[in-house]
Design a protein around this ligand. Structure first.
Ligand SMILES: [Zn+2]
Length: 486
């Protein structure tokens, strides 16, 4: 068998102002062997290839488009990417099956459902019989079109996500069953009227999503069921299907798939009140962190998270930490290539006064003037050692400026700062500081578990604000929780 493998890992916050264009897409499209290495040894592709090699399938590499997260994709970039997949399929006939790693949130200027569009294009080219399977991120805003056009979609079951490999492996197993005729994947999709904030879809003991995942897993134990994917969705996106969805795939049991999807949907709806956000005003959060008796407090700047497509240059929390003179605080990062370069040029030990952040758009606070001593300069490359989001990060030219007891990390590219190595790589030991301010939506809760004594999510402004009413939704289905009081 000859199987084509690639990916379209494009995460879009439709409210973010920095669009993803053709140049970025071209730079971020991997081909050949490099396309097959995306995600490393624990990735979806690695999982699928593991299953494919066991079955001695030939592999045809497709493009892997991996530009990261940002604002909407231009129509031109999405069209070119789709053409890239088709070109490779045309050049490598015959292809017996396709496996893709998808994110599930790609939106372009002209298309609210880029994954649905890509799958439709491949389906049209390959015909109804060819297996097309894909894995999805846990933040996927899955649509009926995606479910209809793919043979099967498999979502991760963790958040933060670390179970990509098993999803890929499972896709190879189901594809093998389709090849020998023993499996006919039949899917159903359902969606409660819910689009909870990122803060609330953490999957950990005591959190509502974890209880729902257990319920979904339990219903999926029927041997006729191949997979139940309950996904939290990505609420910073204005399309009709934004939010929680459940996709159930059975071995040719459509009524059963439908029944389980409806039951999981109803269970989510019954629990909706547990998904209300829980944000603390910035001034109050900083004061509580300063007054904390002992241990490390992590302040979450969720509205400008490195994982949510915002510029990463939000300054409101920085300004408040300086105003309250929060000794022992570290601002995990302000993305500002100009200011970072200026600090690098000044050199270690030098005194600098810089205008930092608040430069990309009007949604993340004004530039803030900082004065301090440059303590560290670096190329910004480091490795995250966590089970999720592991790998090498490139923050670009990076500097640490010590502003009289409040340290500020200036990076050239947006980053999460969701775990200890982000700080340790810059000579900052988190356990020896009092406060860390991080631009992360929930990964930091897992990344600093066992290190931090408290987490406070502060209500900063930004295009990933956890307050739905502040986002200019137009297309999302209404009514929807928690935007509407239902
Ligand atoms: Zn995700």
């Amino acid at each position: 068998m000859r199987v084509a493998v690639g990916g379209y890992l494009v995460a879009v916050n439709t409210f973010a102002t920095q669009k993803m264009g053709l140049d970025l897409f071209q730079r971020a499209t991997l081909s050949g062997e490099r396309a097959l290495q995306v995600g490393g040894a624990q990735g979806s592709i690695a999982g699928f290839l593991h299953g494919a090699r066991q079955r001695h399938w030939d592999i045809v590499p497709l493009p892997f488009v991996v530009p990261g997260v940002g604002g909407k994709v231009t129509a031109e970039a999405h069209t070119a990417a789709t053409a890239g997949f088709l070109d490779l399929l045309r050049q490598n006939p015959p292809v017996d099956g396709v496996f893709l790693q998808l994110h599930g949130t790609a939106v372009s200027d002209e298309c609210d459902d880029c994954e649905g569009d890509l799958l439709s294009t491949l389906r049209e080219f390959l015909g109804d019989k060819t297996p097309i399977l894909a894995t999805l991120d846990g933040h996927s805003n899955t649509t009926p079109l995606m479910v209809e056009q793919a043979s099967m979609l498999i979502g991760v079951k963790t958040n933060p996500h670390y179970d990509f490999f098993p999803g890929g492996e499972q896709a190879a197993r189901v594809m093998a069953g389709m090849f020998d005729g023993s499996v006919t994947p039949t899917s159903a999709w359902a969606q409660p009227a819910m689009a909870p904030a990122l803060q609330k879809i953490y999957i950990a003991p005591g959190w509502p999503m974890e209880a729902l995942m257990r319920q979904a897993h339990h219903l999926g134990r029927d041997p006729r069921v191949l997979d139940v994917s309950l996904l939290g969705g990505f609420f910073c996106s204005d399309i009709p299907e934004t939010g929680i969805s459940v996709t159930v795939t059975t071995n040719n049991e459509p009524a059963l798939a439908h029944d389980i999807a409806e039951r999981v949907k109803d269970a989510c709806w019954a629990k909706r009140q547990a998904f209300h956000t829980d944000m603390v005003p910035v001034e109050e959060g900083v004061r509580a962190a300063i007054e904390a008796e002992d241990g490390l407090v992590v302040l979450g700047d969720l509205a400008d998270s490195g994982g949510a497509g915002t510029p990463g240059d939000g300054t409101v929390l920085l300004a408040e930490l300086l105003r309250q003179n929060a000794q022992g605080a570290v601002v995990g990062n302000i993305t500002d290539p100009e200011a970072a370069q200026e600090a690098v040029r000044a050199g270690i030990g030098k005194q600098v006064t810089l205008s930092v952040g608040g430069k990309v758009d009007a949604f993340h606070g004004a530039p803030v003037e900082i004065s301090g001593r440059v303590r560290v300069i670096q190329d910004g490359v480091y490795s995250a050692a966590t089970a999720f989001n592991a790998g090498t990060y490139r923050r670009g030219a990076t500097a640490v400026v010590d502003c009289g007891g409040v340290e500020v990390i200036l990076t050239s590219r947006p980053t999460h700062g969701f775990e200890a190595n982000h700080f340790r790589s810059l000579g900052i030991e988190p356990t020896q500081r009092k406060i860390l301010a991080v631009k992360s939506e929930l990964q930091h809760r897992a990344g600093f578990a066992g290190i931090a004594s408290a987490f406070i999510d502060v209500d900063t402004p930004g295009r990933a604000t956890q307050v739905h009413a502040r986002l200019p939704y137009e297309k999302i289905r209404r009514p929807v929780f928690p935007l509407d009081d239902i």
